[in-house]
Write a protein that binds this ligand. Structure first.
Ligand SMILES: Cc1ncc(COP(=O)(O)O)c(C=O)c1O
Length: 452
């Protein structure tokens, strides 16, 4: 067993150290090699060391180098070395964090990391965290709690009696809300289409002047960090608008919530603390390994209303255990890597991570603009949207950015046209990485123009 684990650790260390030197997206040879995995379930087992060898030698080259400094796709985020190391230990511990009695270590780290996060984001004292798989589940968790609260204030027990026959509940979303919000609304039974859509401006910010009148019980879904532009909804105006009426304001802040952790960028989140719930990812901008998001709700009672379960074998710890405040029962002790990376970086290190990525995004945008690219967004955070002369040239650029060996960025559509979407969200990205990526994209654009 010792040799097996030592071999896996050695292979992982080599991967982590060398992956940045490989092609960012797997080459065709690595892609073809993945066919090796396609087989019927073998009747007989295989030696563990051989299993790990195949996994590493066939699977490793087929991975995308999102842990490296040249990956700018999807607001993906990297993996901080302390987070990787903590996740190895956590995997060996294999703790179930559902209840304190199942893991005292998981319970204390859940409490501590949760409190650190809410402090970092400047959220109200007493805000309850629930560690979840990611912001998609975080949104579901928060919207379920908001739904049940808004029915409860109308005297309807949706937790026990369901939604059939329930009084009306208005849901307000922005035209520029993330696709996971729509999915969450479907999952919590409120419907993807049964919403009031508020127009967004050219940066993707909800237009507060177009909000429907307050008064009716309303679930309002706002956004910190538009997935294309990085823009923020006007939280102060939204909170003012619904002040004093039965409402629940949720902030979907998968990556943008992290602006609150930086003294330089916290102004973007002004008024966000007046909401009732928030969801974000640590696996994006904190660069924690995957399966690491958090739902945060102002009042623990609102989580307990929706998620509390009872069974004779579930001991009452006197604390609101994770099983009673989120959708999971058995769950990975997700707080461990978050605690480790926060402990390693400290408050200043987190601010430096955010500020560093934003400065590099500004550098990216300025260099590309100077080279003749059109920049489509106000680069307020870590997101940059660019295009070349016309749609066809931009489509060619997007294809190139997804297939060249040294730089990866994806496409999107903004204000009706195709754009290359660049996200700087890795601790590993340096100025040299950005400059090299710019050179790559500019060289492609120049060659394209010469061939016209
Ligand atoms: C604004 C926003 N909300 C939600 C999500 C979904 O997060 P996750 O992929 O962690 O579920 C994303 C992902 O990019 C996002 O940008």
């Amino acid at each position: 067993m010792h040799d097996l684990l030592a071999q896996a650790a050695a292979r992982a260390i080599t991967y982590y150290a060398e992956r940045d030197g490989w092609s960012v997206f797997p080459d065709s040879h690595a892609m073809e090699a993945l066919q090796h995995f396609i087989e019927a379930l073998p009747a007989e087992g295989t030696d563990g060391q051989e299993v790990i060898r195949v996994l590493d030698e066939v699977g490793g080259p087929g991975t995308v180098a999102s842990t490296g400094g040249r990956y700018f796709g999807f607001v993906t985020g990297s993996a901080h070395p302390v987070g990787v190391a903590a996740s190895w230990l956590a995997a060996a511990w294999d703790q179930n964090a559902a209840m304190g009695v199942m893991s005292p270590t998981a319970a204390v780290l859940d409490t501590v990391a949760g409190a650190w996060l809410t402090t970092l984001f400047g959220l109200p004292a007493g805000t309850q965290t629930t560690f979840v798989a990611g912001t998609s589940v975080g949104n579901v968790t928060c919207l379920a709690a908001g739904r049940d609260k808004l029915f409860a204030v109308q005297g309807w027990d949706s937790v026990n009696d369901g939604l059939i026959g329930a009084p009306p509940l208005r849901v307000v979303v922005s035209d520029a809300s993330h696709s996971s919000v729509s999915k969450a609304l479907g999952l919590v039974g409120l419907g993807r289409n049964a919403v009031v859509r508020v127009p967004a401006d050219d940066q993707g910010r909800l237009r507060a002047d177009a909000l429907p009148p307050a008064g009716d019980p309303t679930l309002v879904i706002t956004q910190a960090g538009n997935v294309n532009t990085g823009s923020f909804d006007p939280f102060v105006e939204i909170a003012d608008h619904f002040e004093g009426s039965p409402s629940w304001i949720h902030v979907d802040g998968a990556f943008g919530l992290w602006a609150a952790a930086s003294p330089r960028y916290a102004y973007l989140t002004a008024g966000m603390d007046r909401a009732d719930s928030w969801a974000t990812d640590m696996h994006k901008w904190l660069n924690v390994t995957y399966d690491s998001g958090v739902a945060m709700v102002r009042s623990p009672d609102d989580l307990a209303r929706t998620f509390k379960v009872g069974a004779p074998y579930l001991p009452d710890s006197g604390r609101l255990d994770p099983v009673h405040r989120g959708p999971d029962m058995s769950q990975r002790a997700r707080a461990i890597e978050t605690w480790a990376v926060l402990k390693s970086l400290g408050r200043d290190g987190v601010a430096d991570l955010i500020d560093g990525c934003c400065s590099l995004a500004t550098r990216f945008a300025a260099s590309l603009a100077e080279a003749g690219f059109t920049v489509h967004n106000d680069v307020v955070l870590n997101q940059v949207l660019v295009s070349l002369g016309d749609a066809a040239a931009t489509e060619a650029l997007i294809k190139h950015a997804a297939t060249n060996p040294t730089t990866w960025a994806g496409g999107s559509v903004w204000n009706g046209g195709p754009v290359l979407r660049i996200s700087v969200s890795s601790w590993a990205t340096t100025e040299a990485d950005v400059d090299a990526a710019v050179d790559e994209l500019v060289a492609f654009a120049t060659a394209l123009e010469e061939n016209e």
